[in-house]
Design a protein around this ligand. Structure first.
Ligand code: NAD
Length: 494
């Protein structure tokens, strides 16, 4: 059976002391094993990144940018190959996997503009004969730790900007779908990236904790669930590292009484069940305001019957399986537990049967859900949409703002004033107006508020240039004809 191996200093490693199975979620069968790094292997990857750092940070900006231009073309040319790898280990449908690649390409395109992005500032004559300028220098070795649900896009969120800024990277992808990261690292190499600049180690908690504790790791970018994000943030920041840790989500889509009901129902179904609900920007709560609720629930329920669930490789499938059997069963348990807590199961996807041992689950719709119920309070991360009914716009805002998460949200309305007010009021990092999944384009940064992000930098885009660089400010005076004198006072520019 194939073993998915680490890539350290440009080479795949030989032995694997510990491994874990990698499944094809559409069949339920183990297709490969993935090596799980121990502390020695992780330290070898960190050492390779540290060794590659001096030359990479000294490389010319134009040479660095060339890598990204070539990478962009390679990714565009080979999108279907990469999408097939994603589908084989994650399960999402091929078109969705290709969509994830295209969103990742946006990060590569952004990084290709590094010559512009790394410009500093200059002020002439801050005092007589004195100038000041600032430069952006790399932070050093970056650890990038990523979740299973976007095995291409999320690694590219991190590594594109980190490498563009002159850092070197150790990427620790999810052990559930590790092959895409290896493929990406090989493509970077083909695009001209020197060995050691991007290393990939697979593993679980042991590998992650070694990265967090390694004195040679300078910055940590993490994306995953909130409990892990919180602990990563604490441990890495306590060790003095720069850290951004993005966590989970509970994204509310507010539907006002004046909304286009059909557009809202289409958007809710697409955003709730796309990728089997395993997106951090999936809509998981539909907030029906006022008398829109009955019609909205009926419109969503009517659309669910038309969804086709099957292998991601089948072009007829709208939605594939979930990532693991255990996760599928955990998602189903929220539907089973909902009636006892007072919710109504309008559509019970857990009853749908599949002629396969894959990790398939039908889609579910819950109505009359309220805070305090497990289906509302927890991130289900599966194809379950909960409807919460509220009376007014103010109730909707209060509900969203009281939630612990603050990743994404959307409002559906025909009233520009209401939409503008929602943008002003809501305590969430990314907002859509009649757009259900407002993932910002690559020229902006992505990040939630509250328990959806620990740290003060959002990911990719302009904030990533800030996160992956240290600024240095230089004050300069060159010999001139002004007579000098001793002055023990604090330097004044007057
Ligand atoms: P996860 O937290 O289980 O795993 C994320 C990473 O952490 C993986 O690389 C994993 O190997 C590692 N890890 C797992 N347990 C660990 C431990 N105890 N100590 C150290 N490292 C550990 O997340 P997942 O199930 O892979 O991904 C789904 C989660 O990610 C969801 O909560 C989703 O909302 C979130 N997510 C958030 C965003 C965002 O941008 N905010 C994007 C994608 C996914």
């Amino acid at each position: 059976m194939d073993i998915v191996r680490h890539i350290i200093d440009g080479s795949e490693t030989a032995a694997a002391r510990r491994t874990a199975p990698v499944y094809d979620p559409a069949t339920g069968r183990i297709t490969k094993q993935v090596a799980l790094a121990d502390a020695t292997e992780v330290e070898a990857a960190v050492a390779a990144a540290a060794a590659a750092l001096p030359a990479w940070r000294a490389s010319s900006l134009i040479k660095r940018a060339d890598v990204f231009f070539r990478l962009r073309q390679l990714l565009a040319d080979r999108t279907s190959e990469l999408a097939a790898i994603v589908t084989s280990e994650h399960g999402k449908v091929l078109s969705d996997a290709a969509g994830e690649v295209s969103r990742g390409i946006e990060n590569v395109e952004f990084a290709a503009g590094l010559v512009h992005l790394l410009k500093g500032e200059r002020s002439e004559q801050v005092a007589r004969g004195v100038d000041v300028h600032s430069v952006k220098q790399p932070v050093g070795v970056v650890a990038a730790i990523t979740p299973f649900n976007f095995p291409v896009m999320v690694p590219l969120w991190m590594v594109a900007s980190a490498i563009a800024c002159g850092n070197t990277v150790v990427l620790k992808p999810s052990e559930k779908d590790p092959s895409a990261a290896v493929w990406l690292a090989k493509l970077f190499r083909e695009a001209g990236l020197p060995d050691g600049v991007l290393n990939v180690v697979h593993g679980d908690r042991e590998a992650v904790e070694t990265l967090l504790d390694s004195p040679r790791v300078d910055a940590v970018s993490f994306v995953g669930s909130t409990p892990i994000a919180r602990s990563i943030y604490r441990r890495a920041s306590a060790a003095g590292k720069r850290v951004q840790a993005l966590g989970g989500a509970k994204n509310h889509m507010v539907v006002m009484p004046d909304a286009d009901l059909d557009a809202a129902a289409d958007a809710a179904v697409s955003a709730a069940y796309g990728s089997a609900g395993e997106r951090c920007m999936a809509v998981s709560v539909l907030v029906a305001v006022g008398d829109v609720a009955d019609d909205l629930v009926a419109a969503v329920a009517a659309r669910i019957g038309g969804l086709r669930i099957g292998p991601g490789t089948d072009a007829a499938s709208d939605m594939g399986p979930l990532i693991t059997r255990e996760h599928r069963d955990a998602v189903a348990s929220y539907v089973h537990g909902a009636p006892a807590e007072g919710a109504t199961v309008v559509v019970d996807g857990t009853r749908q049967e599949f002629d396969s041992d894959g990790f398939f689950l039908g889609v579910s719709l819950l109505d009359h859900v309220r805070p305090g119920m497990a289906a509302y309070d927890q991130e289900i991360f599966g194809p379950v949409l909960s409807v919460v009914r509220v009376d007014t716009y103010a109730d909707a805002v209060a509900l969203v703002n009281a939630n612990a998460y603050g990743n994404g949200t959307a409002i559906f309305t025909r009233d520009g004033g209401t939409a503008r007010q929602y943008e002003f009021d809501v305590e969430v990092g990314m907002v859509g107006v009649n757009v259900p999944i407002p993932v910002p384009i690559g020229a902006y940064s992505f990040g939630g508020w509250k328990d959806s992000l620990f740290g003060d930098s959002h990911i990719y885009g302009p904030e990533s240039i800030h996160f992956y660089t240290r600024s240095k400010v230089v004050t300069t005076r060159w010999p001139d004809h002004t007579p000098s004198q001793i002055d023990l006072g604090f330097p004044s520019n007057h």
